[in-house]
Ligand binder design. Structure first.
Ligand code: AMP
Ligand code: ZN
Length: 151
């Protein structure tokens, strides 16, 4: 998709702070995080939303979500995490390239408070990337385990 912002990020035509890339999936930081470490999981191929995403691709997105929740809870000590996808405008979807939000909750607020408060800063982004990078092998393990190596 020519003008899709997430397609442009995946093609390296627009900037993003990447956490993981592989198996046809990319994870990068949301530019308006609800809390520090707010990530988006996207397939490298363009689909509008979960309703038109092939099952295997959808399953990959949620396998990565599960791995990220494990990393955040078990390795980075997040006391809570939200996993959310918005499908369709009435549900709040604003970028029409399917994505799953993974939002560590350091402070709290539950699912009723999921509003972005600030623009991501470079310091905040690089600090979080440095903290999570040692554990991104867990994402690879999940994907290899469920889908096989190099798929
Ligand atoms: P949604 O409402 O589920 O479609 O969420 C879209 C999300 O994408 C929002 O949380 C935005 O902050 C985020 N977003 C939009 N543009 C970018 C971008 N260029 N880089 C990173 N995140 C973005
Ligand atoms: Zn796209």
């Amino acid at each position: 998709m020519e003008n899709c912002v997430f397609c442009r990020i995946v093609r390296d035509e627009a900037p993003a702070y990447f956490v993981y890339r592989g198996h046809g999936v990319s994870v990068f930081l949301d530019i308006y995080p609800v809390e520090t470490g707010h990530m988006l999981i996207v397939p490298d191929e363009h689909f509008e939303s979960l309703h038109d995403t092939p099952p295997r691709v959808a399953a990959k997105l949620f396998a990565v979500a599960a791995a990220l929740v494990r990393i955040l809870r078990n390795e980075l000590g997040a006391p809570g995490v939200n996993v959310i996808t918005n499908s369709g405008r009435p549900a709040g979807q604003e970028v029409f390239h399917v994505h799953v939000h993974v939002i560590p909750r350091w402070k709290g607020g539950g699912w009723r408070r999921l509003v972005s408060r600030h623009r991501l800063t470079e310091v905040e982004a690089l600090d979080f990337i440095n903290r999570i990078k040692p554990y991104t092998g867990i994402i690879e393990e999940y994907l290899n385990n469920v889908f096989g190596e190099g798929t």
